[in-house]
Design a protein around this ligand. Structure first.
Ligand SMILES: [Zn+2]
Length: 199
């Protein structure tokens, strides 16, 4: 059955597809009217409205958030405040002598520690781990500090020695690397492409 409207009274009517192209009688007002050859096209799928519904669903919270708290910038601002507070708590624990707990927190928070505080945090972690006798963990954090390009300074002789050794190793490696590269260049080495092909 296909729907159309009576041109006289406007009532919606259903007719069989084979009735289209003939004259039919309206069931409401009993007047005759011709049905067009081609049945009316089915209503288009409501894709567009679904699109707008989705857009609205996304836009409304974004807009609301943007209005009430200044948007993403404010969210980041709040996160930074929370991070700064967490670091301040760790500093307080350290100052109170709760060094085990403070160092555990520093490790978790390290990625959020501001650049100007990182060298000090590394110093605290390294010296604490050395004091506990965990030289491996101490060196791991010292290397991390060096990887970050921090200017590390230590108070304890053990930490100073560890730093001097790590820096020496890095210098030796640093001298080796450019020399190796040069040697490879001279031999016509092309990284990832194998030897130079002969024409
Ligand atoms: Zn009618």
């Amino acid at each position: 059955m296909l729907a159309t409207r009576c041109p006289h009274c406007g009532q919606p009517q259903d007719f069989r597809p084979q009735s289209f192209g003939t004259t039919v009688r309206c069931r409401a007002c009993t007047r005759w009217f011709p049905l067009p050859e081609t049945p009316p096209a089915p209503p288009p799928p409501r894709k567009r409205s679904a699109f707008w519904v989705v857009l609205a669903a996304l836009a409304v919270p974004a807009l609301t958030c943007g209005l009430c708290c200044g948007g993403v910038g404010a969210v980041i601002g709040i996160q930074k405040q929370q991070q700064a507070r967490a670091i301040a708590e760790a500093d307080q624990l350290y100052a109170d002598g709760e060094r085990e707990e403070a160092v555990a927190r520093y490790k978790n928070l390290f990625a959020t520690v501001p650049a100007d505080g990182r060298a000090e945090v590394v110093r605290r972690i390294v010296e604490h781990e050395l004091g506990k006798g965990d030289a491996e963990e101490a060196e791991r954090w010292l290397q991390r500090g060096l990887d970050d390009g921090l200017k590390l300074t230590f108070d304890s002789p053990a930490a100073k020695e560890l730093l001097a050794r790590a820096q020496r190793q890095r210098e030796e490696r640093g001298e080796e690397l450019p020399a190796q590269k040069q040697a490879k260049k001279k031999r016509g080495f092309r990284p990832g492409k194998g030897p130079v092909p002969r024409e």
